[in-house]
Design a protein. Structure first.
Length: 641
């Protein structure tokens, strides 16, 4: 009979320290949200009360308990909290992927700890090969004398059980919980911005500057802004900062402290996303995409996502201005996403596909519908039907996609779609489900004034244009925008928090009678809170149009749809010098795009779907756009080549 394992202890700092006995170096390990950082601080307080010094090595670069994200930190307990003594830049939030440099950095910091107890607050990577390797290597490299394993279950991973160290097993407290993704991103970004508050701009000449890590190419300057970078001197990080630009033969780095003197720049995968949040960027890759007619077969230049924010809506051109059309409209307060066109979708994670309720397809050319396979695969698993809206023939294309695969093992968990085609003043609909043959006809719906979808809070309207085949342009029309009266909120003494999001969600859905739980346990109706704290303003419209010929009828129809819109996303593939090519393939020139925007009096024009012929020199396109419409929103660094 096997000998019984160690007892499981409550998560009480004094009890854990007593169980660790004479061990002076303790590895705190466990899954995310089990309370490791809280326990470390509690243990430090107990030790300080006994007159003992305590150090902590924060080894989680993604959610550090102290210091900036993207780095490991060594801190000493000061009586009130952790005082950071040293940092080691990782330039990544991914402890699993970069576990070797993380362990090397941890070993260097552990060697700098003074006398007293050293706690290593390990990352929450505990599964798979990465988890097994990381916990073993961290324990060895930092000279650990015991391991404290926190868990909600009595199971212990094999790698932890195999460590040749005394083990203290601790039940994670019920109150411990990992914040949601959005809260983690907000907290991480706030910590990064606090770190950069005293930063200065430093220009690092590229000549003689060596690049380390996994940097994007220097000949793609638009891939650099927002990336974390560290300057190394004699192999030791001299400073950690954020790249603002690659221009004029220099890397412009915003970082605290004096101008760095090192000649090695470390860059990995920590970067701000289009919303300004610090996150893990996808590995850089030049994109190769199917070429629409008339665009040539050139390589698609690197084209980072381009985002705009309009009230409660984030609108992101996922593939930028050069790649396949795919506009992600995220309704923040509803936790819901809409897509306009379905070009290459690999830049979007599957969790976005899970939140997509509706997809609006302009037409079925490959660069506008080729991403359907990403959507199809991402929605295996019993999700509710996703609606697709488009011109006549869309249902046949979707059925062909679904029918191209064998679904013998999917059962009732096959992806389901309702496909709706606009035929004049009516919408004809079909239900298509993977694993079931054919497609089922549904009842027709009226489409008065081109309105495809009308829900509490917003409508989506379409108009048919000519591209040699019918294409649809779309307008997203919110009824109103909700603004919090911060002056009244401050005067009330109520702290901002998730209750505001729940309030906006209730109001957007028209549920004014819904009870909203407030900080402190009180509850009031959404209507009462709205009257006190919410200012309602008219909604700001977004319009999306691509692949249309420059004809008088198209101009008139699109200008009417976009009249006084806040933001118009409109194609601008060619220059006036290429007018014959544009006419041959049914596209606009940049000047025509700008003229339509000006005629519609839009507040902001976001041109996209640029021809790759202009990837080396987009200035002619931009010059034409500016000559016709001065309200452009373009990617930063577009003209830096």
């Amino acid at each position: 009979m096997d000998a019984p394992g160690p007892a499981w202890l409550p998560c009480e700092p004094g009890t854990v320290l007593a169980a660790a006995g004479a061990a002076r170096r303790l590895l705190l390990a466990g899954a995310p949200g089990t309370g490791k950082s809280t326990l470390a601080a509690g243990m430090a307080r107990v030790l300080a009360g006994d007159g003992q010094a305590c150090w902590c090595l924060g080894a989680d670069p993604g959610t550090p308990a102290f210091g900036p994200p993207g780095a490991l930190g060594l801190a000493r307990w000061s009586g009130k909290g952790w005082a950071v003594e040293a940092l080691a830049a990782l330039c990544s939030l991914d402890a699993g992927r970069f576990r070797l440099p993380l362990v090397q950095a941890a070993a260097e910091l552990a060697g700098r700890a003074g006398s007293g107890v050293l706690l290593v607050d390990a990352p929450g990577v505990v599964r798979g090969v990465a988890g097994a390797e990381l916990v073993t290597a961290l324990a060895q490299a930092t000279g650990m004398e015991a391991v404290v394993w926190l868990s909600r279950t009595r199971a212990v991973p094999a790698a932890v059980a195999a460590l040749p160290l005394p083990r203290v097993q601790v039940e994670a407290p019920a109150a411990a919980a990992r914040p949601g993704r959005r809260r983690r991103a907000a907290a991480r970004t706030a910590a990064w911005e606090r770190y950069l508050e005293a930063a200065s701009r430093h220009r690092l000449p590229l000549e003689g500057l060596a690049l380390a890590g996994t940097p994007p190419p220097l000949d793609v300057p638009e891939a650099w802004p927002g990336r974390q970078a560290a300057v190394l001197r004699d192999g030791v990080p001299e400073t950690l900062g954020e790249v603002e630009a690659v221009e004029g033969g220099c890397v412009v780095l915003r970082a605290p402290g004096p101008a760095p003197r090192g000649r090695v720049l470390l860059v990995r995968d920590a970067r701000r996303n289009p919303r300004g949040e610090l996150e893990t960027a996808e590995p850089f890759a030049r994109v190769h995409a199917a070429s629409p007619p008339g665009h040539g077969g050139e390589e698609v230049p690197a084209s980072p996502p381009l985002a705009v924010r309009v009230g409660p809506v984030d609108a992101i051109l996922v593939n930028g201005v050069w790649g396949d059309p795919l506009l992600h409209v995220r309704l923040r307060h509803l936790g819901r996403s809409l897509l306009f066109d379905l070009g290459e979708g690999r830049r979007l994670p599957a969790r976005v596909a899970h939140r997509v309720s509706d997809v609006f397809v302009s037409h079925a050319h490959m660069d506008h519908l080729g991403g359907f396979q990403w959507l199809l695969r991402s929605r295996v698993g019993g999700f509710p039907p996703c609606r697709l809206w488009g011109p006549p023939g869309l249902a046949g294309h979707v059925a062909a996609f679904v029918g191209a695969f064998t679904w013998d093992r999917v059962g009732d968990r096959g992806p389901a779609f309702e496909v709706c085609e606009l035929h004049g003043g009516v919408v004809q609909c079909w239900r298509i489900r993977a694993g079931r043959p054919g497609h089922e006809a549904l009842a027709e719906r009226p489409a008065a004034d081109g309105v495809l979808l009308a829900e509490p809070g917003f409508r989506v309207r379409a108009v048919e244009l000519d591209h040699g085949i019918p294409v649809l342009a779309f307008a997203f029309e919110p009824e109103h925008t909700l603004h919090v009266r911060k002056d009244r909120l401050a005067a009330s003494g109520l702290a901002p928090g998730p209750w505001l999001t729940r309030l906006k969600q209730a109001l957007a859905a028209g549920r004014r009678d819904e009870g909203i739980a407030l900080p402190g346990g009180r509850e009031r109706s959404a209507g009462e809170l709205a009257d006190e704290f919410i200012l309602v303003s008219p909604g700001r419209r977004l319009v999306y149009a691509t692949d249309l010929a420059d004809t008088a009828d198209n101009r008139e129809r699109l200008a009417a749809l976009a009249r006084n819109a806040h933001t118009l996303f409109c194609e601008a593939p060619f220059t006036e010098a290429e007018r014959d090519r544009a006419r041959e393939h049914g596209h606009l020139t940049a000047r025509a795009c700008g003229e339509i925007a000006a005629a519609a009096n839009v507040a902001r024009l976001v041109p996209f779907h640029f021809s790759r012929r202009h990837s080396r020199d987009p200035a002619p396109l931009v010059d034409e756009l500016r000559s016709a419409c001065g309200r452009l929103h373009l990617p930063e660094g577009l003209l830096v080549r």
